[in-house]
Design a protein around this ligand. Structure first.
Ligand code: APR
Length: 311
């Protein structure tokens, strides 16, 4: 037996926290990779977390590097490379700056870690995961994007706050692209088996849906200099864990679709089973007409960004 190996690409705010959370969960050894210009801070984060591990008695080791060859043999690669939003920007505004970064990372993944399960976090998410799959030439089931776990967790948090109930009992799914047109499904949200729509009036539900859709932007405004990182890191690590431990959790992820929801060849947020086989299965939800309209709108937004990349 050997320990799992997790490579984190981009050792910034999200990347550093992923390293910490992987160590904390004893998920495996971690390679934090970033560009040469930030080699010092990258090595520093790895060293600092190793010393935290000493306090906690955790055996997992972190290495900071600016040589992607150190990622060879990784079971999972989590990609956070890129620039975060500034106040007033949409995720789509990042496409021009983050697209070349993802292409660079994808070439390296192709060369050094072609068999890893790849989880993309960089924005605009649905286009960046599309680019990663295409440029790295990955199998469809071995690459996905992190968005739905985060968006549905934001939705669940707002519901638990509004009803003053445990977050553990709030179940919800958010479908679609990781943008302001995402589709939080209030009809399918349940609180310990009780339908959410029977617990809150429509105006309160609408406010929660709206706050969820703009949930990333709310944090960008509050931070002033960057975007959310604690919850995004935890969301990606929960996906990595489901793969590494073959947990077969059913999580909303950006998966490559083959006709499901009427979409073919694009990555889009849908419920999927994540296990040792990667994205093992995509689940289709029977949508009502209004939900279908919202999902189509979200897909058109995603498609426009992907097409602007001319991949
Ligand atoms: N290869 C590897 N790392 C890179 C590259 C590259 N070609 N280009 C940039 N990076 C690194 C930066 O050096 C930086 O350390 O990516 C890191 C990004 O970290 P932060 O700026 O702290 O951004 P973060 O908040 O972690 O968000 C990263 O995730 O949620 C998205 O929109 C967000 O696209 C952004 C990404």
């Amino acid at each position: 037996a050997r320990r799992n190996k997790i490579a984190v690409v981009g050792a910034g705010n999200i990347g550093g926290n992923i390293g910490l959370l992987c160590a904390e969960r004893r998920l495996g050894d971690v390679v934090l990779y970033d560009i040469e210009r930030v080699a010092g801070p990258t090595k520093g984060k790895a060293l600092d977390i190793n010393q935290l591990n000493a306090v906690r008695g955790l055996d997992t080791r972190l290495v900071g590097t600016s040589d992607f060859a150190d990622a060879e043999g990784a079971d999972v690669v989590i990609v956070t490379a890129g620039v975060p939003r500034k106040p007033g920007m949409s995720r789509d505004d990042l496409v021009g700056v983050n697209m070349p970064i993802i292409s660079d990372v994808a070439e390296k993944v192709k060369k050094h870690t072609p068999n890893a399960f790849v989880i993309v976090i960089s924005n605009p998410l649905d286009a960046m995961v599309y680019a990663m799959h295409k440029v790295a030439g990955l199998a469809d089931h071995m690459v996905c994007g992190m968005a739905g776990v985060l968006d549905s967790s934001r939705f669940r948090f707002f519901v638990s706050e509004a009803l003053d109930v445990s977050i553990e009992d709030v179940h919800a799914v958010v479908l679609g692209g990781h943008g302001d047109d995402m589709v939080p499904l209030t009809r399918l949200c349940s609180v310990g088996g009780v339908p959410l729509e029977s617990l809150l009036p429509k105006d309160k539900l609408d406010a929660i849906v709206d706050r969820t859709r703009k949930g990333g932007g709310e944090l960008v405004q509050l931070f002033g200099t960057g975007s959310a990182y604690f919850a995004p890191a935890e969301s990606a690590v929960s996906m990595a864990e489901s793969y590494l431990l073959d947990r077969k959790r059913v999580l909303p992820v950006a998966a490559r679709l083959h006709g499901e929801y009427g979409i073919d060849g694009y990555f889009f947020g849908v419920p999927a089973r994540i296990g040792g086989g990667g994205v093992e299965k995509v689940y289709e939800i029977a949508l009502d007409p209004a939900e279908k309209v919202m999902l189509d709108k979200s897909f058109h937004a995603v498609k426009a960004v992907v097409e602007s990349c001319k991949l």
